[in-house]
Design a protein around this ligand. Structure first.
Ligand code: MGD
Ligand code: MGD
Ligand code: MO
Length: 761
């Protein structure tokens, strides 16, 4: 293993999010990626009308952008893509895959952009340059030779709406909907939970809601690292007196303090805005309990008001008109036991009461949430509890209120919108039949969990990946690495080399593609693409930077070239014409989803994006009962396992210096951890109880009871402000510890925020 970039250093970080640290962090990465000065001008075009949509997160893009409408993280993602470093066929002549498997994630990607289409040569254990047509012919022939059901088409959430539509159509015309995507590991708990509760699988709020909210509650979302552009509307909300109440086991800096790096006065005066007005460090998996506590108080106060003739606390006109089956939920929270709420949440009753008071006095409340809610065994229940809480006071479908899930990848929500889904009920089956004259498959396809199992048991024979680092992002990364060679066909479409690419199947291709910031010229001229943000707004994106290599193809080109060879000719789908002119793909999207994508080509350049609409935001509930649905939780413990002596709840976390499996560097600035990712964040009292000293190296082993040994060695014990019984370590390194069956019920999102583990000294 090569050297880390520095000696490990762990010391508390005293600065705010944003601020000079943010500028310095960006100034560090630009030279490291050797970005050309001319390309820096591109940073100013990020998230602008006529510019390109940031390749980092999916947060909303304002119609009135700042001079630099990007953040430290977006800047890093841009630099990562615009790097002048290259991974060429020469590199692979020097390095076999077994040699590269000892490299870190950081080293693999830091080597730079892939330049040539590559085929794996088993005789030499190396990638060798190949011809594009040879690759496409071979891939199509291999797919034709197997049962369509045994092939999987994985998508990471970055590819555009155009590519994603073509991708899903190709899979269905071929004969399956094995379309797992990164959403399966991410906000699928939202898609399942919100759909059942309010009839829409996505959040109901938009950017201007931040101007109207009286309170914003945060559950398990780390805004400073993962959606930093939201810090601006948050700061503005805070400045006009909006209360911000945070529930998070860790004190995340972005939720505490922010200095706007784009505001000269704030920067010079070292002025900062306190973000959170209340910060509740609950236990990992304690959110159902905390929200039950808040609901219990609201119901009690409402019952008391009713008895005394005071003002109602619950929004009864809303509940009567819009909600189904309210009473069972109210009875359940009346009956909930405070001792259990306090134990499961890890919060004192008075603390929950402080949060409930804010909620009760606010006329409009938004609930912002992320992986801290979705990635638990009871992840869907967590989401349902968010809705319960919002419904109690009519906080959906009015300005400044509503569920605000913060999506991950820049087009992950859009991919679902245009058909990347394994679920028939979410696919436009009838439309596809009508438009393209084929019978779309109706058997449910494989999601990520089922794909992992299929690769391990050998029933999946072909894996075609549109971006991402599947093998590194999923649970049980040990067994899946060991099983990957069983695949007959392994194809990865990517921009940089990552760990997944080091595990070949019998026939293996690595196909390098253009990134979104790069110029994409096809037969009809320069092309643009589109993406959907977290608030259901759709944006055009236009790349103009010189491609990293003249041999790169665009994602639509690669998908079209495979589809054309794989599928029988169909007069209704001219793949070549679509590739020549992406506006024709947008026309096809509009024909398939006429309501959401009306006048798609004209509207895609609307400043701030155009809104695809949301029925729940208009208080139209597309649920079984036609009303918003309450949900009665069956447990207050979201972790899905009981407490036991020596058993901890491990949260697997992102640092401020990574994008998912892409590690930009070894400096998790906000958490004060520098030079290493091999840390175990731990409460001091737990350290004492376990007889552990700061800086000691320990291992973790999974305590799942299925007889399988899962272990992660060499973690540096690091005292940290974290509730007792909880531990923190970094994703993806810690994924070896997560059993594939340890996932959210129904949504199958890996339960990465509460993994049962023991410490091995
Ligand atoms: N720079 C950068 N931006 C990103 C990404 C990235 O890796 N880097 N990833 C993108 C993607 S794909 C996604 S999905 C998002 C992810 O963004 P987030 O949703 O913020 O995900 P995480 O960083 O995994 O962790 C979320 C937070 O949940 C807290 N938490 C853990 N367990 C619990 C719990 O039980 N209850 C509560 N209330 N909180 C808990 C953690 O302390 C952490 O602060 O960000 C996207 N944006
Ligand atoms: N333990 C644990 N596991 C987790 C999580 C967690 O919090 N904890 N989070 C989960 C979540 S929320 C997610 S979204 C998944 C992420 O899972 P993935 O989406 O599969 O992983 P990424 O790390 O985002 O993928 C990075 C790779 O994408 C490729 N890439 C980058 N840009 C492009 C492009 O423009 N086109 C193409 N074709 N390829 C490109 C590069 O080769 C890069 O190496 O991980 C999940 N796994
Ligand atoms: Mo994600």
């Amino acid at each position: 293993m090569k050297q880390r970039d520095d000696k490990p250093r762990i010391e508390p970080f005293e600065g705010p999010a944003g601020g000079w640290g943010s500028v310095r962090s960006l100034a560090d990465i630009l030279p490291r990626e050797r970005v050309k000065p001319s390309a820096l001008a591109e940073l100013a075009r990020q998230n602008k009308p006529e510019g390109f949509a940031c390749v980092s997160c999916a947060w909303a893009k304002s119609a009135k952008p700042l001079t630099f409408e990007f953040c430290e993280e977006g800047g890093k993602a841009t630099a990562w893509e615009l790097t002048t470093l290259r991974t060429t066929p020469d590199f692979f002549r020097e390095h076999s895959l077994s040699d590269l498997r000892s490299w870190t994630d950081y080293e693999l990607e830091q080597h730079g952009r892939l330049t040539h289409p590559l085929r794996y040569d088993p005789a030499t254990d190396r990638y060798v340059a190949c011809d594009w047509d040879e690759a496409f012919d071979h891939i199509a022939a291999e797919l034709k030779a197997i049962e369509p059901k045994s092939a999987v088409f994985y998508a990471s959430g970055r590819a555009s709406l155009e590519t994603s539509y073509m991708w899903a159509l190709m899979a269905r015309m071929y004969g399956n909907q094995n379309l797992p995507d990164s959403s399966n590991m991410c906000h699928e708990s939202t898609s399942v939970g919100l759909k059942a509760a309010i009839g829409e699988p996505v959040g109901t709020t938009r950017l201007d809601d931040f101007e109207h909210a009286d309170a914003i509650f945060f559950f398990g979302q780390n805004v400073g690292s993962n959606a930093p552009r939201m810090l601006h509307p948050l700061r503005d909300a805070r400045k006009r007196g909006c209360e911000i109440v945070v529930f998070n086991p860790l004190r995340e800096r972005g939720l505490e303090r922010f200095t706007d790096p784009q505001n000269p006065r704030e920067m010079l005066m070292r002025d900062e805005t306190r973000i959170a007005t209340q910060y509740h460090q609950l236990r990992a998996g304690g959110d159902i309990a905390a929200m039950t506590g808040i609901a219990k108080l609201l119901v009690e106060w409402d019952d008391a008001a009713k008895a005394s003739g005071g003002e109602a606390v619950l929004d009864w006109p809303f509940l009567d008109q819009h909600c189904h089956d309210v009473e069972p939920f109210l009875d359940a929270v009346r009956a909930a036991d405070w001792d259990e709420i306090v134990h499961e949440s890890g919060l004192d009753k008075w603390a929950i009461e402080e949060a409930a008071k804010v909620y009760a006095r606010s006329k409009a409340v938004m609930v912002v949430y992320g992986m801290g809610l979705t990635q638990h065994v009871k992840g869907v229940d967590n989401v349902r509890m968010v809705v319960n809480l919002l419904l109690l006071r009519g906080n959906i479908g009015k300005p400044g209120a509503g569920p605000t899930p913060v999506r991950g990848h820049s087009n992950v929500q859009g991919q679902r919108t245009v058909g990347i889904t394994e679920k028939t009920e979410l696919a436009p089956v009838e439309k596809l039949k009508e438009l393209y004259g084929f019978d779309p498959p109706t058997e449910k396809g494989l999601d990520t969990v089922e794909t992992v199992k299929g690769i391990i048991d050998g029933s999946v024979k072909a894996f075609v990946g549109l971006g991402g680092n599947f093998l590194r992002a999923v649970a049980d990364t040990g067994p899946i690495e060991a099983a990957w060679h069983k695949l007959r066909l392994s194809v990865q479409i990517a921009t940089k080399l990552n760990r997944n690419h080091l595990f070949p199947g019998e026939v293996t291709y690595l196909l390098p593609c253009l990134g979104r910031i790069e110029r994409d010229v096809q037969a009809s001229g320069a092309q643009s693409v589109s993406v959907e943000d977290s608030t259901s707004c759709i944006h055009g994106s236009y790349g103009r930077v010189d491609p990293a290599s003249e041999h790169l193809k665009s994602e639509p080109y690669i998908v079209g070239a495979i589809a054309k060879r794989l599928l029988p000719p169909n007069p209704a789908v001219d793949w070549d014409a679509w590739v020549a002119d992406y506006s024709l793909v947008r026309d096809a999207i509009e024909r398939t989803y006429p309501e959401k994508f009306k006048n798609f080509n004209e509207r895609m350049w609307t400043p701030g994006g155009f809104w695809k609409g949301n029925k729940a935001a208009e208080r139209v509930w597309q649920t079984e009962s036609g009303k918003a649905e309450f949900f009665v939780p069956t447990t207050l413990n979201a972790a899905g396992f009981d407490d036991a002596e020596g058993r901890f709840r491990l949260m697997t976390l992102r640092s401020n210096d990574q994008f998912n499996t892409t590690v930009y560097g070894y400096h998790d600035r906000f958490r004060g951890i520098k030079g290493t990712r091999e840390v175990l964040m731990m409460n001091r009292e737990d350290m004492a109880a376990q007889g552990l000293a700061e800086g000691q190296r320990v291992a973790l082993s999974t305590d799942y009871g299925d007889g399988v040994e899962r272990r992660l060695d060499n973690l540096l014990v690091t005292p940290y402000d974290i509730p007792r019984g909880c531990l923190g370590a970094y994703y993806p390194e810690a994924n070896v510890l997560i059993p594939i069956d340890h996932h959210a019920e129904v949504s199958h999102v890996l339960a990465a925020k509460s993994v049962p583990v023991r410490i091995v000294a």
